[in-house]
Design a binder for this molecule. Sequence first.
Ligand code: FAD
Ligand code: UDP
Length: 377
Amino acid sequence: MAGSRFLMVGAGLSGAVIGRHLAEAGHDVSVVDARAHIGGNCHTERDPETGVLVHVYGPHIFHTDDAEVWDYVNAYQTFLPYKNRVKATTGGAVYSLPVNLHTINQFFGKTMRPDEARAFITEEQADTSIAEPQSFEEQAMRFVGRDLYEAFFKGYTIKQWGVQPAELPASILKRLPVRFNYDDNYFFHRFQGMPEHGYTDMIAKILDHPRIEVQLETVFDRAQAGDYAHVFYSGPLDGWFDYELGRLGYRTLDFERFTYDGDYQGCAVMNYGEESVPYTRITEHKHFAPWESHEGSVCYREFSRACTPEDIPYYPIRQVREKALLNDYVALAEQEPGVTFVGRLGTYRYLDMDVTIREALDTARGFLDDRAAGRTP
Ligand code: FAD
Ligand code: UDP
């Protein structure tokens, strides 16, 4: 018989935020995670050798326009000012990203003012004559023209996604701005920052409630679902159904850790635009916490590759094949009683942290409203 507790599968942001909301409404909540730590892919931990706070599953920068989400995270952690200023090495030189006036002037050896650069890039775009870009390649060509595309986007994207940019949707690039001024902030958002003690510390505080119990190193077994009043599942959508329709495609990442005595690259993230360099980027973690001081440094070289069933799924691919399969799984999920599929893996979407929190809050509120109204979700 179904118990009165709610179960969160996954102690990442989705499970923590939904669990906390339900606990505050007076419900008992169990949270299980297969990993030995909470925090999901946002997990941060101190490197034992250098003391540096490491973003274990890749660099995470908090940015949002959602004032409620910003207030939410600030209630559990002090966010210190942090702007993501990415650099890129390509063709034997270092440039500033996202593509801005500095990048354009440096790359073409010019001293253009904003209007001149805009006109220049329009000229660069002219030879491509693309009205409505469909693919990543067309979008990039239209955005910045062929030369910048080949230097900064083509090789990086082939490494990151393992396919030609012409086969990828334009939407992947739409996340990145091009600026005709010297603003080198990677993001547009009103609120940006880094949690002072890391994301895992923040998520530990979200989970710190007398009605919440957390069990780590516990793989959820679907046979247990009936023991709970409802399950919120932030694991892989296709995994819930034992991959009966096939596997949704992901890219996984390998991180090659190395240490350095001092400052290795002078910034947090250095991208590598050329295909001949096997990694996509190097992250030097201590630069994510400029308010801390460390002699030593810990860096990750990041390699992207196809995800096997044994690997951690990082980026949903969402090409045409996956979209059709996703629709079939969503149809199955809608028929599934007693479970809500949430988060990055449960909905098979690339979700930034702020969107994950927004959706988690909305899910928890909608669920409680439905119960109060006698509608069983
Ligand atoms: P997850 O963090 O994936 O948590 C799911 C948890 O469920 C995991 O801990 C997993 O172990 C557990 N689990 C799954 N299945 C089971 C099971 N069967 N039994 C038990 N436990 C299970 N967002 C930003 O806003 N800014 C960034 O800069 C940023 N950078 C990113 C960089 C990379 C490389 C990646 C991959 C993502 C990045 N994100 C970023 C997105 C961010 O990681 C997600 O928004 C967030 O992690 C989603 O949280 P979640 O709880 O939905 O999923
Ligand atoms: N991209 C690129 N070169 C870069 C940075 C990004 O080609 O130096 C492309 C790449 O295809 C990437 C996409 O733009 O997947 C989105 O970039 P973003 O920085 O948002 O990547 P993410 O945070 O998803 O790793």
